[in-house]
Design a protein around this ligand. Structure first.
Ligand SMILES: NC(=O)c1ccc[n+]([C@@H]2O[C@H](COP(=O)([O-])OP(=O)(O)OC[C@H]3O[C@@H](n4cnc5c(N)ncnc54)[C@H](OP(=O)(O)O)[C@@H]3O)[C@@H](O)[C@H]2O)c1
Length: 341
């Protein structure tokens, strides 16, 4: 229905992967800003996994569509008529037995699949693609004092030859970014890529499989998750952290600010396991945080990931210290069952 005279048409945004950790909070913020939101999930019939989306419907107009990255044309209906598309659905199955197919091929082809739907829609003014600092910093770095910027890409050849740790995730993100940039250039599409660092903080999702358990491992004592955290520190040359609220605010800035273009690192703080352990031990003395180094952790970050380009666009981070970043994490960890109540 056409908007009545004097009545402004509300902006419409599609957020893919609506039951994800970052996407669910982004949907909430967009609804609070008055956007009409269309989102996608793989299993709309799963009432429990999607219950937070039902709750969000109370905040505004939210439509939920079924879509799968592996199915060509699957996103057409969700993207139709949208002004903005936020691409957050992505395979994040780090421990896949077939990472070439399930992480890399699906990550690249699935993203192109959504971009084709955006072209078909003909209404999308900007696409915001969520990559990761994993696509920036996973490369051999000799010595310390490295300051990486948006020109830096993780080394696909090096990672593919080594095939250790979470190698396929950065490879999938670099190849997905490069294929998307080529596609956008060929189709005259306005594409902005956001590279958040390790994202932490309370979100709506109550079933989190992301790096939240790894970040809480110093408090929970979960050795397997601490191993993941050590893998992140080794691969990145630091533990780069950003609060999920800042990520969602940056996503919206990347869509709305007209001059924004290209790739943006979104990182609130560069820390290390050791620094974090010392902070947590002092702040939460009733948890037995191990601050004794076993030699396999960094004494200080060897690589920094400043977000200068994003800040030059006028973006201000709200969470820049461990104190702020961990503020809601302990309560969130309890709600998720990662930490004891
Ligand atoms: N969390 C972080 O620390 C972090 C940091 C930097 C970048 N990122 C990136 O941010 C994006 C969102 O991550 P997140 O942390 O919010 O992860 P998440 O909670 O695991 O969300 C991933 C989403 O992708 C969907 N998905 C997976 N495979 C799919 C497929 N074949 N078809 C359609 N949807 C599929 C999942 O849907 P189901 O619920 O159906 O499985 C889920 O909604 C990802 O691109 C991730 O790489 C995350």
């Amino acid at each position: 229905m056409a908007a009545a005279a004097g009545e402004e048409r509300r902006k419409t945004a599609c957020v893919t992967g609506g039951n994800g950790y970052i996407a669910s909070l982004l949907i909430k913020m967009l609804l609070e800003k008055g956007y009409v939101v269309k989102t996608t999930v793989r299993h709309p019939e799963d009432k429990e996994a999607n219950s937070h989306l039902e709750d969000l419907k109370k905040l505004g107009t939210l439509e939920v569509f079924r879509a799968d990255l592996a199915e060509e044309g699957s996103y057409d209906a969700a993207v139709a008529g949208c002004d903005y598309a936020f691409l957050l659905a992505a395979p994040v199955n780090y421990t896949s037995k077939n990472p070439e197919k399930e992480l890399i091929e699906l990550g690249v082809q699935g993203t192109l699949n959504v971009l084709r739907s955006c072209v078909k829609a003909g209404t999308v003014k900007r696409v915001v693609l969520t990559s990761s600092t994993a696509a920036v910093s996973s490369r051999p770095l000799e010595g310390d004092g490295h300051v990486l910027d948006e020109e830096s890409f993780s080394d696909v050849e090096y990672l593919s030859a080594k095939r250790t740790g979470l190698w396929a995730y950065p490879v999938s993100k670099v190849l997905m970014e490069k294929a998307s940039s080529r596609f956008a250039a060929e189709h005259g599409m306005s594409l902005v890529t956001l590279c958040p660092s390790v994202t932490v903080g309370e979100a709506l999702d109550r079933q989190v499989y992301t790096t939240v358990p790894a970040i809480l491992s110093l408090l929970s004592g979960d050795e397997a998750e601490l191993k993941v955290l050590k893998g992140i520190e080794r691969a990145s040359g630091s533990v780069p952290l950003v609060h999920v609220r800042d990520v969602c605010r940056a996503e919206i800035c990347a869509a709305e600010a007209e001059a924004v273009a290209g790739r943006y690192i979104c990182n609130g703080l560069d820390t290390t396991i050791l620094e974090t352990a010392r902070f947590l031990a002092a702040k939460y003395p009733h948890y037995s945080v191990n601050t004794v180094t076993s030699g396999d952790v960094l004494a200080k970050p060897v690589a920094l990931l400043p977000s200068r380009k994003l800040e030059k666009e006028g973006f201000e981070f709200k969470f820049r210290t461990l104190e702020h970043i961990y503020d809601d994490m302990v309560e969130y960890g309890k709600a998720l069952g990662i930490l004891p109540n």
